[in-house]
Design a binder for this molecule. Structure first.
Ligand code: S3P
Length: 446
């Protein structure tokens, strides 16, 4: 039996108040993996406990890494790079980051491992990591010649490589860097545009040797990492939803505290400002302590006029996960909202170009799909409708934002997936005064 869930949304209420988003999903993944490789103990404070991160915790536990909850922290006993062969398949659920990064870690381990996930993960491209990991010396097989999971990995001694990726993907970059930490000599990755850089920040913090020159990062193999305390900042990609809901309601005013200030993650705020949104960013104290990246408080205020914009080029990897939500804001703006150079969106938890266009059209907006993006003609009104998340967490939450801004009732089928990245999504919305407007019903499918 699978719990799919359903949101019922009635418009009218304006969110107001202050909230803390869950810990960042990307940083939690890296903290778990680097903590598992390090010598000694790592404490991850404020880790994300959504389903993706829990799936990785489960896989690491099956590899012999002791992970325990200690108050608000996760305690990881490092293996010093010596993992234990798993008893069976490692299941990563819906987590592309978990599967791709773990593959990099396993490439140097002298045992066999099989990595698998749900139907969505089984459709996600793996050739982009399989090819470099093979070049480094690991044996990696997968469905259709290694293009899709399940992946089978037999690790062994690795040699450093210089790799140029065609896609700006932090998952690819990080997978290769994790393998590079155990390879002979230096490993470099060059990407076409800068993607999120949390791995590059965390490796030196834990004692690894890493250099950056422009779009190239180099890591030295064979240096051991030390377990450390790591404070995980709030996830900007989760915070984006309540902030956008505030912008779309006339009386909305919401503040997100403790969110990552990292420019490789906050480009959606730049775009919202360009669209005329009232956004206030304030620095927070205590940024760099305990390996934390700097954080900010962000306030978004609704009621202002918004206008369309064009998103493309190097900006795309810095806001890739926020595009479905930005498109909903675009649909409520004047003029035209355009996304281009975003072919990668088709390879996420769902084809997010098709899913976003379908979503917008269901609400009555005029949207047109292109191979690498879409356009939306801003409308003054959206009408409530019934939509299906397709099991994609970001589509489900973007649909809630659209439903709140639409006239009449909206039903979002398949709401349970929000827990993949935003545990406590409903509770956060209720605390911001939306409890009367959004209700979630359980619905199980066997
Ligand atoms: C992530 C990188 C991005 C992003 C995903 C998380 C990461 O994927 O979409 O949600 O933690 O490295 P790509 O790097 O494949 O674009």
């Amino acid at each position: 039996m699978e719990a799919r869930g359903r949101y019922r949304i009635l418009p009218g209420a304006s969110p107001s108040g202050t909230f803390r988003p869950p810990g960042d999903k990307s940083i939690t993944h890296r903290g778990l993996l680097l903590g598992a490789m390090a010598e000694g103990t790592t404490l991850l404070l404020g880790a994300n406990r959504g389903e993706d991160c829990r799936a990785l915790e489960g896989a690491l536990s099956a590899l012999g890494v002791a992970i325990t909850e200690e108050g608000e922290a996760l305690r990881i006993e490092g293996s010093g790079g010596r993992l234990r062969p798993p008893g069976g398949t490692l299941h990563l659920g819906n987590a592309g980051t978990g599967l791709r990064l773990l593959a990099g870690l396993l490439a140097s381990q002298r045992f066999d491992a099989r990595l698998d996930g749900d139907d969505s993960l089984r459709r996600r491209p793996m050739g982009r990591i399989v090819e470099p990991l093979r070049r480094m010396g690991a044996l990696v097989e997968g469905r259709e010649g290694g293009r899709f999971p399940p992946l089978f990995i037999r690790g062994g001694p690795l040699r450093g490589i210089d790799w140029r990726t065609e896609v700006a993907s932090a998952q690819v970059k990080s997978s290769i860097l994790l393998a590079g930490l155990r390879a002979e000599g230096w490993t470099s990755v060059t990407e076409p545009a800068l993607s999120r850089d949390h791995t590059e920040r965390m490796i030196p913090y834990m004692g690894g040797k890493l250099l950056r020159e422009g779009l190239t990062v180099r890591v030295e193999g064979g240096t051991s990492l030390r377990g450390r305390r790591i404070r995980v900042g709030g996830d900007p990609s989760a915070a984006a939803f309540p902030l956008a809901m505030a912008l779309l309601s006339p009386e909305g005013r919401v503040t997100a505290e403790g969110i990552l200030a990292n420019g490789t993650r906050t480009a959606f705020l730049d775009v919202l400002e360009r669209m005329g949104a009232r956004i206030l960013r304030e620095p927070e104290e205590g940024g760099a302590e305990e390996g934390a990246e700097e954080s900010i408080r962000v306030t978004a205020e609704g009621g202002g006029a918004l206008r369309g914009t064009v998103i493309g080029g190097d900006e795309i990897p810095r806001l890739i996960d926020e595009i479905p939500l930005l498109a909903v804001v675009g649909a409520r703006s004047s003029g035209v909202f355009t996304v281009r150079d975003a072919r990668e969106l088709r390879r996420k938890e769902s084809d997010r170009i098709a899913a976003t266009v379908r979503l917008l059209r269901a609400f009555g907006a005029e949207a047109e799909e292109r191979p690498d993006g879409f356009t939306v003609r801003g409308e003054l009104s959206l009408r409530g409708t019934r939509v299906e998340s397709g099991g994609d967490h970001r589509i489900a939450m973007a649909a809630v934002a659209a439903g709140l801004a639409a006239a009449g009732e909206t039903i979002v089928e398949g709401s349970a997936c929000a827990g993949v990245s935003f545990p406590g999504f409903m509770e956060t919305l209720a605390a911001l005064g939306l409890g009367g407007s959004i209700t979630e019903e359980e619905r199980c499918e066997g």
